[in-house]
Design a binder for this molecule. Structure first.
Ligand SMILES: [Zn+2]
Length: 322
């Protein structure tokens, strides 16, 4: 009798375990692993609140909002593109690739490796016969050079060695820019561009980081598994982009168009932490006017320099805690 009762209890316990497992800590969908929101929150020592249409994670200082079926999240008030949309199955499940290649860099404490920050290469987009985008008043190739020179001054004053891929109005192809950074042993690479689109109401700042291997870029849904030199420093690039983007928005009050992913050639080929900035739209009259003004350019330059220095400070602080 006793044995039978024990057996029944055992079966009940087993059933309970199996039922409990229905809200698993991870699922696999389309061959990819997704982590449950509570497991995800525990990784960053945050609490999670599932509100149905979104999940909010917070620890009082850092915060993140995740949405089912949306390929972006809000992390510390910045819009960040995701490689794959989270899936709702009772809990919300976040792709492991996004966890490792985005959230770890923005929310994790130990996932951004230390490196020295001595040489910074600034890359003013376009030049010479390649004018880039153009508005009514200004050409992209001129704005990017003016900005790079302003950023260079600020960083040199702070003690960094700064190199520009071009000093004047000269043409330089994309591989030459990446090769310049690699040859000069750049510790950071910042490519500066301005945007343009047919919709003249669009404005704001976008910051691009190299797309992780196994993920689609923002402009696509097709995952690419190739690994490029630019994939090696992913978490550093993401952390750097977060700091620069935040400082740019704070200084300019421009529209946040987000941290995005693209396999731009310079981002593919540069082998140090790298970001590509789209600092505003020349196709938007109001933004074009601002972009041409000395005062607004100074704010952009201050934002870029402040972001780089905040990233560097974070690296030093984290290395001292270890
Ligand atoms: Zn450009």
């Amino acid at each position: 009798m006793r044995a039978a009762a024990a057996k029944l209890l055992f079966s009940l316990a087993l059933l309970f375990l199996v039922a409990g497992n229905l809200s698993a800590s991870f699922i696999v969908s389309a061959g990819r692993r997704y982590i449950s929101d509570d497991e995800f929150a525990a990784r960053y020592r945050m609490t999670s609140r599932n509100l149905g249409s979104r999940v909010e994670l917070s620890d009082g200082v850092r915060k993140a909002t995740l949405y089912p079926d949306k390929r972006y999240a809000i992390v510390n008030n910045i819009r960040c593109s995701l490689s794959f949309a989270p899936i709702r199955r009772g809990k919300l499940y976040i792709s492991q690739l996004d966890m490792l290649s985005l959230f770890d860099a923005l929310l994790g404490r130990r996932s951004v490796p230390w490196h020295k920050v001595g040489v910074i290469v600034l890359d003013p987009g376009h030049g010479g016969k390649d004018q880039g985008g153009a508005g009514l008043l200004y050409k992209e190739k001129d704005l990017t050079l003016q900005l790079a020179k302003k950023v260079s001054l600020l960083l040199q004053r702070a003690g960094y060695k700064v190199l520009l891929t071009r000093q004047g109005d000269s043409f330089l192809d994309l591989s030459a820019r990446a090769a310049f950074a690699n040859r000069n042993k750049a510790d950071l690479f910042i490519s500066i561009h301005s945007n343009a689109t047919s919709n003249r109401t669009v404005s704001g700042i976008e910051t691009f980081v190299m797309t992780p291997s196994g993920a689609p870029s923002d402009s696509s849904t097709q995952a690419v598994n190739t690994r490029y030199p630019g994939n090696a420093a992913n978490n550093n690039s993401v952390a750097l982009s977060g700091h620069i983007h935040r400082q740019l928005l704070a200084k300019t009050k421009a529209v946040d168009r987000g941290l995005k992913r693209a396999r731009f050639q310079v981002l593919r080929e540069v082998n140090c932490p790298a970001v590509l900035l789209e600092i505003g739209f020349l196709s938007n009259r109001e933004e074009e006017r601002k972009l041409g003004s000395d005062a607004y350019q100074n704010e952009i330059a201050r934002g870029i320099a402040a972001g780089i220095m905040a990233y560097h400070r974070d690296l030093i602080n984290a290395s001292q805690k270890r």
